[in-house]
Design a binder for this molecule. Structure first.
Ligand code: AMP
Ligand code: TRP
Length: 396
């Protein structure tokens, strides 16, 4: 597997000829002009303002593919991201977030978490929330998260984050939140909005800022939230002096928006998802439902306009992609054939992690242990950063 941590027994199968998708393929989105403190961050990281060493600083090996591209020294890059436990993860989550984020373990000190506080904005079923939380812990385990060298935790195990969210909310202009798309979309549809949904980006800013994160790997749909985080952090630093690290969103360009069965963004709310670790027979049936145009078998076809190929290329080796692109263009290929090829390529990559997932999912003590250990590590950092913030604002 490209860039994944060296798989141990039972981890992701390695591809004999991996397609190149270097870490440098990450698009760092333009944000507001960096302030002087961001410059100092580039050089000192972790606690640029206190100059103190982080209790969590675990040196991360530098690999040739992981040359610091943004001026951060290798040990200074801390990647953080979260995913909501609100249903089964799908291929959009996997390609847009999980796979790139886990690859970044090779080059960044990584903090990944299950955003259960965020899920509460929509999930009303307590047992389902608990189950989905364990599902995600098993997913990270199955995909090769290194729980010893990196930090994986449940958001609500670090309640300090809600304290920071309150402090940040007191300096967040309402106008910033009125623009947020999740809130705007629901308002436009006339749906009921709760305050948690409105304040969602502030909690997300707290998630990111409380760990001095430098990079946040996410799908494109989170770009706006990241911009809001940067705005809030810059405002805090303007008001109180250099305190918070300004993070950069990192969005893998080629998977920024993974299409679903109908070609729209793959999303639970559109009902167009392919589950990541579904039953293979069912997954094959789902793959066969991907919408294509109605060209006959003999007609030449355009791979770049095809929803099947859009997914296939993320699982296939370069020579396989070239082969199938040729077959599209030549004519004589039915969509059933490429759908089968997609399913086979997915199985090649996902069958072994799926087995690992299933085994771990039945081992609740293992998953609880993973979360407990992660919470302890995460809290150490969170307390330190929150302490810095409280001192600045005059609390305590
Ligand atoms: P969520 O399931 O909304 O918590 O999303 C978790 C992560 O998956 C976020 O980083 C999203 O940006 C990413 N993601 C979700 N759906 C897609 C998609 N269709 N394409 C790319 N990334 C996605
Ligand atoms: N809002 C993200 C989503 O819906 C989940 C999330 C919560 C997150 N906090 C975060 C992502 C912090 C990155 C960083 O997918």
């Amino acid at each position: 597997m490209r860039g994944f941590p060296a798989p141990g027994p039972g981890l992701l199968p390695s591809r004999s000829s991996p397609s190149p998708r270097p870490v440098t393929g990450l698009l760092v989105l333009p944000g507001p002009p960096p302030l002087a403190y961001a410059e100092s961050l580039n050089r000192f990281f972790i606690h640029p303002f206190t100059r103190a060493a982080s209790p969590m600083t675990t040196p991360v090996e530098s690999t040739p593919a992981a040359e610091p591209s943004k001026g951060y020294p290798a040990q200074a890059r801390r990647t953080l991201s979260g995913i909501k436990p609100s249903g089964t993860p799908h291929l959009g989550n996997y390609l847009g977030f999980l796979r790139p984020a886990l690859e970044m373990q090779a080059t960044h000190q990584s903090f990944y978490f299950i955003a259960d506080y965020h899920a509460l904005t929509s999930v009303r079923d307590a047992p389902a929330l608990r189950e989905s939380t364990l599902d995600l812990a098993a997913v990270f385990h199955a995909l090769g998260m290194d729980f010893d060298r990196h930090t994986f935790f449940r958001q609500s195990d670090v309640p300090e984050v809600t304290e920071l969210a309150w402090i940040l909310s007191c300096i967040t202009p309402l106008g910033l939140l009125h623009q947020a798309h999740a809130y705007k979309d629901k308002t436009a549809k006339g749906e009921e909005i709760n305050h948690g949904l409105f304040a969602y980006p502030v909690l997300m800013a707290a998630d990111i800022l409380i760990y001095d994160s430098t990079h946040v790997p996410v799908g494109k749909d989170q770009k706006q939230h990241l911009e809001i985080t940067r705005d809030i952090a810059q405002r805090f630093n303007f008001l109180y002096g250099d305190t918070l690290v300004i993070p950069e969103p990192t969005i893998a360009e080629d998977v920024a928006t993974v299409p679903g069965l109908d070609g729209r963004k793959m999303s639970k709310s559109y009902g167009n998802v392919i589950p990541l670790f579904g039953d293979p027979k069912q997954t094959r049936k789902t793959v066969m439902k991907i919408v294509t145009d109605s060209k006959g078998v003999e007609e030449p076809k355009d791979p770049d306009a095809c929803n099947v190929f859009a997914l296939y290329k993320h699982f296939a080796r370069p020579e396989e992609q070239a082969h199938w692109a040729g077959r599209y263009k030549a004519g004589g290929m039915g969509y059933g054939e490429i759908k089968q090829a997609l399913f086979d390529a997915m199985e090649r990559e996902l069958a072994a992690p799926r087995e690992r997932y299933q085994a771990a999912r039945q081992n609740t003590p293992l998953l609880e242990g993973i979360l407990e250990k992660g919470a302890e590590k995460a809290r150490k950092v969170a307390r330190e950063v929150l302490g810095r913030v409280k001192q600045k604002v005059g609390l305590g």
